[in-house]
Design a binder for this molecule. Structure first.
Ligand code: AMP
Length: 426
C-alpha cells in the first residue's frame, strides 16, 4: 500500500499544544477587556455574499482585486470566505435591527479570516483576528476610546513601548482636493513608481502613500500631506481625538502616510505597534483600525457612523514568543487519579464523574496500567494532589490521597473524597 502524505493547504496552519495556549491567552485578555468596556461578543458566518466586500472594502483594494477566496454555490451564488470582520459585523448590525438599540452598539469578535496572499512571515491565507466595533455614533471621543482599547489590549498582553501611529484621511470632500494635489505631484514621477503603485495611480491613488517600496517612499517624502487638506469639520474632529489621547496619556505619532488599505475608512485611521519596530517591519502591522462612517453609504443604507479595529493573532503570538512574554498561567488546581487493575479503572471512571459534579478538575491517564507511568504524568503536570486506587482500595471503596508537596498520604472513603479535596484546594 502506498502511503499518502496529508498536509495543510498552502498558507494555512494548525494551532495546537503550546501555540494554542498562546492563542487562548490572547482571547482571554481580549474577553476581559471586552467585558470591562461593555462589548457584546458576536459570531458571524464564515461565508458572506461576495458583493458585501466589493461594496464595503472597495473595488480598487488588494483584498477585493487579488485576495478573496470566492466560491460559486450550486445555485450559482458567489460567496467568499470572509477576508475581514468589519463588513460582516456591520451587515449583522443592519440585518438584526441593532439601529433600534441604544447607540453606539459595541461588538467584538474572534475568529478565522481568509485572504489569498503570497504566504510569507506574518502573512497567512487563513489567520485569526480579534476585532472591536463601535457602531452608531460619530463622536470623536469614541475614536479615542477605540484606540485606548486597542492600546490596552497590547499592554495587557505584556507588550512594552506600545505606540499609536495615527492620521486623518478626512471625508470624501477633503480627499477630492487632496487626490488632485497628489495626482499632479506624481504626474512626472509615475515612471519611477513600483509596478503596483503605477496601477494604484489609476485605481486608488491614496494607497500609494502606504507603499513599503523604498523607491516609492523616497518620492513621497516631498508629497502633499492629507492633513493639510482637511475641511474644518474633519480638522476639528481630528484635533479632538488627539486631545482625548493626550488626556489619557496614550503615546501617539502622527503618520501622514498612513491611509489603510480599505475604502470604507474616513477621518481617523490608526495602527498600533512598538517604538522600535524592527520585528513589525518583518511581519507587518499588529493592529489596524479607524473610523468608517462611509460604510453605510457604500452599502446603500441610512447613515450609520462607526469606528473599530482588528488585531492579527498570528502576528501577536509570534511577537509574544519573540519577546519572551510569560503566559503567567494559573497553576493547575485539581487532582490526578492513578488506578491499578480493572476494578480500579471502573471506580476511577465513576470517581471522575463525581468530582466533575463537585467542580474539581481531574487529570488522568485512564488507559494506562503502569502506576509508574501515571505518576510520571502527574509529576509533569505539577499537580499537588494524587488519588491512588489500587486493587485493595477498589475492593473496600477507599482511595489513597497523596499530597505531592509534603509526601504525606492518607486513606479516605470514596464517598468523602470530594469533601477532603475541597479542604485542601483553595
Ligand atoms: P487589515 O484588515 O488588513 O487591517 O488587518 C488587520 C490585522 O490583521 C493586521 O494588522 C494584521 O495583524 C492581521 N492580518 C491581516 N492580514 C493578515 C494575514 N494575511 N496573515 C496574518 N495576519 C494578517
Amino acid at each position: 500500500m502506498t502511503k499518502i502524505k496529508y498536509q495543510t493547504v498552502t498558507g494555512m496552519h494548525d494551532v495546537f499544544g503550546r501555540e494554542q495556549i498562546f492563542y487562548d491567552k490572547v482571547e482571554e485578555v481580549a474577553r476581559k477587556i471586552a467585558n470591562f468596556y461593555s462589548f457584546q461578543k458576536i459570531s458571524t458566518p464564515i461565508l458572506e455574499d461576495q458583493d458585501l466586500f466589493i461594496r464595503s472594502v472597495g473595488e480598487g483594494t488588494d483584498i477585493v482585486e487579488k485576495e478573496m477566496f470566492t466560491l460559486k454555490t450550486k445555485g450559482k451564488d458567489l460567496l467568499v470566505l470572509r477576508p475581514e470582520g468589519t463588513a460582516s459585523v456591520f451587515r449583522a448590525y443592519l440585518e438584526n435591527g441593532m439601529q433600534s438599540l441604544p447607540q453606539p452598539v459595541k461588538l467584538w469578535y474572534y475568529g478565522p479570516f481568509f485572504r489569498y496572499e503570497r504566504p510569507q512571515a506574518g502573512r497567512y491565507r487563513q489567520f485569526w483576528q480579534i476585532g472591536f466595533e463601535l457602531i452608531g455614533d460619530a463622536s470623536p471621543v469614541l475614536d479615542a476610546e477605540t484606540i485606548l482599547i486597542a492600546y490596552n489590549l497590547l499592554k495587557d498582553l505584556g507588550f512594552k513601548k506600545v505606540v499609536v501611529n495615527i492620521n486623518s484621511i478626512g471625508c470624501e470632500e477633503c480627499r477630492k482636493d487632496f487626490k488632485k494635489a497628489l495626482s499632479s505631484f506624481l504626474k512626472n514621477k509615475k515612471e519611477t513608481l513600483c509596478s503596483d503603485c503605477k496601477r494604484r495611480a489609476e485605481t486608488n491613488i491614496l494607497r500609494i502613500l502606504d507603499c513599503k517600496n523604498p523607491k516609492c517612499q523616497q518620492i513621497l517624502n516631498e508629497a502633499p500631506q492629507i492633513v493639510d487638506y482637511l475641511c474644518p469639520d474633519c480638522k476639528n474632529h481630528f484635533k479632538q481625538v488627539l486631545e482625548f489621547l493626550e488626556e489619557i496619556e496614550i503615546p501617539y505619532k502622527l503618520d501622514p502616510f498612513l491611509v489603510r488599505g480599505l475604502d470604507y475608512y474616513n477621518r481617523t485611521v490608526f495602527e498600533i505597534g512598538f517604538e522600535e519596530n524592527k520585528e513589525e517591519e518583518a511581519i507587518g502591522s499588529l493592529i489596524g483600525g479607524g473610523r468608517y462612517d462611509n460604510l453605510s453609504k457604500a452599502l446603500k443604507t441610512d447613515f450609520v457612523p462607526a469606528v473599530g479595529f482588528s488585531m492579527g493573532v498570528e502576528r501577536v503570538v509570534s511577537l509574544m514568543k519573540l519577546k519572551e512574554i510569560e503566559l503567567n498561567l494559573k497553576k493547575k488546581q485539581g487532582v490526578f487519579i492513578v488506578q491499578v487493575g480493572d476494578l480500579a479503572k471502573k471506580k476511577a471512571l465513576r470517581m471522575m464523574e463525581e468530582l466533575r459534579k463537585a467542580k474539581i478538575d481531574v487529570f488522568e491517564a485512564i488507559s494506562k496500567d503502569s502506576m509508574k507511568l501515571q505518576l510520571t504524568k502527574a509529576n509533569k503536570l505539577a499537580i499537588n494532589i494524587v488519588l491512588i486506587i489500587g486493587q485493595q482500595e477498589a475492593l473496600n471503596n477507599t482511595v489513597i490521597l497523596k499530597d505531592m508537596v509534603t509526601g504525606k498520604q492518607s486513606t479516605v472513603k470514596q464517598e468523602n473524597i470530594a469533601k477532603e479535596i475541597k479542604k485542601r484546594i483553595k
